[in-house]
Design a protein around this ligand. Structure first.
Ligand code: ATP
Length: 233
């Protein structure tokens, strides 16, 4: 089991108000799978993903990623875990504005332990090799998301976490990003976990988790996976 989560709980306290955001999550994903998390706004999707990615910590329960007990790592080890094993793609790209496309990727590559050697190959994989010297502001949203994906995969992560990767993109561009995610999954064997509001996207996943008010209310193994190419909404 690549991701193995049991009885994960998380609350936030503001003033005297305690909000229980995750109420005993159970989640299992095998290596090389694509998992999709669906659920309404505020149900705890990003909190769950942030804990898996070592950005946040659970209060109790077990979170194991590729044999590493993430919840038990001290701060330094958690930073190493994030740096070595996790790639992230967000809805709003988060590229460094004053670095070119190539530089945005190289800064990540330079601090990674076992990066993919050739930045140009990674840019070619997302069909952005001809825009290597441009700045983010000179790119469309879809192009920026391609660069953000290239930046996430150049470190050769074991796990790619995507929080609404197509949330800000139009239909055709969204589909091209989904095809790229599928390509990364196939080509590099990268396990992918993706949050989306778009239930149609679940068709390309091996496993689909529905989250409601901090609990998994549905956990489905998809028997009829549809290639990203054929997903429509
Ligand atoms: N740092 C925080 N402090 C206090 N409450 C928080 C914090 N982060 C998240 N929350 C609360 O936890 C709940 C779950 O938030 P989370 O971002 O995980 O939901 P989500 O399912 O990803 O929502 P969305 O689809 O809108 O992004 C929300 O009620 C949110 O207000």
């Amino acid at each position: 089991m690549f991701i193995d989560i049991s009885n994960l709980k998380k609350s936030y306290t503001s003033g005297v108000v305690i909000t229980e955001v995750l109420k005993g999550i159970e989640m299992k994903i095998d290596k090389g799978e694509i998992g999709v998390i669906l659920g309404p706004s505020g149900s705890g999707k990003s909190t769950l993903m942030n804990i898996i990615g070592g950005i946040d910590r659970g209060d109790s329960g077990r979170v194991i990623v590729d044999g590493i007990e993430v919840n038990n790592l001290n701060d330094d080890k958690l930073t190493d875990y994030r740096r070595e094993h996790i790639g992230v793609v967000f809805q709003f790209y988060n590229l460094v504005p004053n670095l070119t496309v190539g530089e945005n990727i190289e800064v990540v590559s330079n601090i990674s332990k076992s990066p993919l050697k050739n930045t140009d190959d990674v840019l070619a994989a997302v069909e952005m090799q001809d825009k290597k010297h441009r700045f983010p502001r000179e790119l469309s949203g879809g192009e920026q998301q391609r660069v953000s994906l290239a930046r996430a995969i150049v470190k050769n992560p074991k796990l790619l976490l995507c929080d609404e990767p197509t949330g800000a993109l139009d239909y055709q561009t969204s589909r091209s990003i989904l095809r790229l995610l599928e390509l990364v999954n196939k080509k590099f064997g990268t396990t992918i976990l993706m949050i989306t509001h778009n239930a149609a996207i679940a068709a390309m996943a091996n496993r689909v988790f529905k989250l409601r008010s901090g609990q998994i209310v549905e956990d489905v193994v998809n028997q009829g996976i549809v290639p990203a190419e054929r997903i429509e909404w």
